[in-house]
Design a protein around this ligand. Structure first.
Ligand code: LMR
Length: 402
């Protein structure tokens, strides 16, 4: 019955990981998927996660019963508090809802599916940044919401195209949906400044657009949880209704555990209840109820002041190593006199650097040097370490010169 089903292309990012793993070259380098690596190129189980893990193993009160449909209550509340701040007025007003989801992807999907069913602006489209994480388009189109793009990356300045972004926000039909990255923009590593966020919020309010933040890197960008949440907190303080998808994959290193949350800032407590009830109804039909393991770890850490402090130290370790590698790569390129300006590598923030390498250059990096990065020239800075930074810089130098 299925002979007419066309084969779908493999996912670009996961295909890259598979190709890297299959490569037997001794100097291969993985700059593809956004996952933290140590200076030895190894995955890192955060020490605080190990501690929480051990505490859970020894806890005789834990069992494998179902979680409620909307997830582990204290985890949901802690996640909302983490992004909105302990002193959030919206939380004090009782207007904040939260739904445990299958990490960031699940949280974006859950919010998008709710919007597809209940967003009252007829024919509203979702605007995503150009470029953005490929899954954004797939998720919104998957739930039947048409997708458009707003300018974001300026290839000339290798920075933010604020004029283009605000211009599209101004001309988009009132009540459009805007998907924004609150920090550590994927793939560009370029974030608006606090002043620029205020300008963005002004236009979002003036045009009555709906704000959907996708926050996959809180604490990972600057090492400071509050600084990385500035945009979301600013919007919420201005009384803007919004959704925030939160992933704990990167900032807890819990990639495979799929711990995530959708925080909902509604206009009133009653509206918050209405939204949560609809999401509970849909969630039951999609995953029934979310998995417990990852959310229990996050919950233990976020609700224990001592573990929370240790987590912040672990976050700084990751953020600082990445910042150091930005500098190291920049210094190597400067030493080589590689044609072009490379200061964007140190100015960009978070897991990624958008190098400006072309697809053709990326292919040479892969074929000749066994260095794996996405076709758009994005490199995962976490894949760079003191052992391979020279090699990566030499490869970049070579492909830029030829
Ligand atoms: C990435 O962009 O590499 C990560 O967010 C992993 C993913 O799911 O694509």
């Amino acid at each position: 019955v299925f002979e007419k089903v066309p084969a779908a292309p493999a996912d670009a990012i996961f295909a890259l990981t598979a190709a890297y793993k299959a490569d037997t070259h001794p100097n291969k380098v993985d700059l593809g998927i956004g996952a933290y690596r140590t200076n030895e190129g190894k995955p890192w189980v955060l020490p605080v996660v190990k501690k929480a893990d051990r505490a859970m193993v020894n806890d005789d009160n834990l069992d494998h019963e179902y979680l409620p449909i909307l997830g582990l209550m204290p985890f949901r509340m802690a996640a909302a508090k983490l992004i909105l701040g302990a002193n959030s007025n919206a939380i004090a007003d009782g207007r904040v809802g939260a739904v445990q989801c299958i990490s960031g992807t699940g949280a974006v999907f859950t919010g998008a599916q709710f919007l597809a069913r209940h967003y009252p602006v007829k024919g509203a489209e979702c605007y995503i940044s150009k470029p953005t994480w490929a899954n954004h388009r797939a998720i919104f189109e998957g739930v039947g919401i048409p997708v458009r793009e707003y300018p974001y990356w300026d290839p000339v300045t290798k920075g933010l195209d604020l004029k283009g972004l605000l211009g599209t926000m101004q001309t988009a039909p009132a009540g459009s949906i805007f998907l924004l990255h609150p920090c550590a923009h994927n793939p560009t590593g370029v974030d608006p400044t606090p002043e620029q966020w205020k300008q963005i919020a002004d236009v979002m309010v003036a045009k009555g657009h709906f704000t959907f933040f996708d926050c996959a890197y809180q604490g990972f960008a600057s090492g400071n949880l509050a600084r990385d949440a500035f945009s979301v907190r600013h919007f919420a303080e201005r009384g803007i209704e919004l959704f925030v998808a939160q992933s704990f994959s990167k900032n807890f290193g819990l990639y495979s555990e799929r711990a995530g949350n959708l925080t909902i800032v509604a206009r009133t407590p009653q509206i918050k209840d209405q939204i949560e009830s609809q999401i509970a109804k849909s969630q039951r039909a999609v995953i029934s109820n979310p998995p417990a393991y990852g959310s229990r770890i996050v919950n233990l850490v976020l609700n224990d002041p001592q573990l929370n402090r240790e987590w912040e130290e672990n976050l700084s370790t990751m953020a600082n190593r990445i910042i150091d590698m930005r500098k190291a790569l920049f210094d190597e390129l400067t030493k080589l006199g590689t044609p072009g300006k490379w200061d964007h590598i140190v100015n960009q923030i978070g897991m990624f650097s958008f190098t400006g390498l072309t697809t053709a250059q990326v292919k040479v990096m892969k074929d000749k040097y066994h260095i794996y990065l996405t076709d758009n020239g994005r490199i995962s800075m976490a894949g760079i370490n003191t052992n391979n930074v020279k090699y990566v810089a030499q490869a970049i130098d070579d492909v830029v010169r030829h």
